[in-house]
Design a protein around this ligand. Structure first.
Ligand SMILES: [Zn+2]
Length: 353
């Protein structure tokens, strides 16, 4: 084991990554030391890096969507062993409150923060992670595919099953459909039996959405998505509208094309502090909501069980991880910039030697 490692660290709120040589962390009694193989890059860390109050101290190594090999375990660790290939649950939770114990750990009453924000994560050669956050990767999945499952695929698993409860034949609008999480929701919604209408503002992303089997794609940069969705559903509206953008505009579009009994699922996060103070507050007509028995759901990440199931779906070939760009650790900042500029279809990832 080397004594130092390369790490990309953020030194101030919203600052760029700097390549630093730092000590390899030593795992505590409940931690595992892992050697990184791949770390996914999505919009979540890009937004979180500039949102006040999420990173507890600087410098910080971000990166939560990891695939890594366990190289050392603490004295109390029982759930993983040296040599296991693992991925990681993003939330640091208490595991003892009512929410944790009922499979809704993302609502933990004693939430401690996120891996890569209050704990050093995967944009480094090694990381020490609480072993109970680790999930063993089944054989036959590449590290690149597995790292994407740890957020890009397990999040839509929860969105589509636990929140939207998609049934065969449901009409499902997916907003921001070409993004790193939503592109897997396009697949997940179809796996649940839904017919997908993918909405995005990038023609190139919509091409990929269409290739993944969507019933229709709508380019919101030159058409009115509400009109298109109502026409595509013959005036009935959609059974589920899963919003990965979640701006005021897209949420109000959702209320306008939601059908009877329809569910609006909010996944995209728009903390005003990360969006120049612009709030995504939107209006709802409670009378229409009542008459049509519509539902609005907030959907947070996933449970450990849903993460495990997502990895199995990747192994079975039911969900195909869409990674269109890979980077070296030293180029993590470039990956963040490309995501920020909306230039990446699906996910990006940092790959290690
Ligand atoms: Zn808890």
């Amino acid at each position: 084991m080397p004594s130092t490692m390369k790490a990309m660290r953020v030194h101030e709120l919203g600052g760029s990554f700097q390549l630093d040589e730092v000590p390899v962390p030593s795992p505590g009694p409940n931690d595992a030391l892992v050697k990184l193989k791949a770390t996914g890059v999505g919009l979540t860390p890009v937004l979180m890096r500039r949102t006040p109050g999420l990173i507890d101290k600087f410098p910080r190594i971000m990166g939560h969507e990891i695939a890594a090999e366990v190289v050392e375990i603490g004295s109390e660790v029982e759930n993983v062993a040296v040599g296991d290939l693992v991925t990681c649950h993003f939330y640091l939770v208490c595991r003892s409150c009512d929410f944790c114990r009922s499979g809704r750990e993302t609502l933990c009453e004693n939430f401690k923060g996120y891996v890569g924000l209050v704990l050093d994560g995967g944009f480094a050669e090694y990381a020490a992670i609480p072993a109970l956050n680790l999930c063993i990767i089944p054989e036959g999945i590449t590290p690149l595919a597995a790292c994407i499952a740890a957020d890009g695929i397990c999040t839509p698993y929860h969105n589509c099953t636990a929140e939207a409860k998609i049934k065969p034949g449901d009409r499902v609008a997916i907003i921001g459909a070409g993004g790193g999480v939503a592109i897997h929701a396009v697949q997940m919604a179809q796996l649940c039996g839904g017919h997908v209408i993918g909405v995005d503002i990038s023609r190139q992303k919509l091409k990929t959405v269409a290739e993944l089997g969507a019933l229709a794609t709508v380019d919101a940069s030159d058409t009115d998505p509400v009109e298109e969705i109502m026409a595509l559903t013959k005036g009935v509206g959609v059974d589920a509208y899963i919003d990965y953008v979640a701006s005021k505009e897209t949420l109000e579009m959702g209320m306008a094309c939601l059908g009877r009994g329809g569910k609006l699922i909010i996944v995209g996060s728009r903390a005003p502090a990360a969006f120049g103070g612009v709030s995504p507050k939107f209006s709802v007509d409670p009378q229409k909501m009542l008459s049509w028995a519509q539902e609005i759901h907030g959907s947070r990440y996933c449970s450990m069980d849903e993460l495990r199931r997502s990895l199995d779906l990747v192994k079975m070939g039911k969900i195909k991880p869409i990674v269109t760009e890979t980077f070296r650790l030293e180029d993590t900042e470039k990956a963040f910039e490309m995501i920020q500029d909306n230039k990446i279809t699906g996910r990006a990832a940092v790959l290690f030697d």
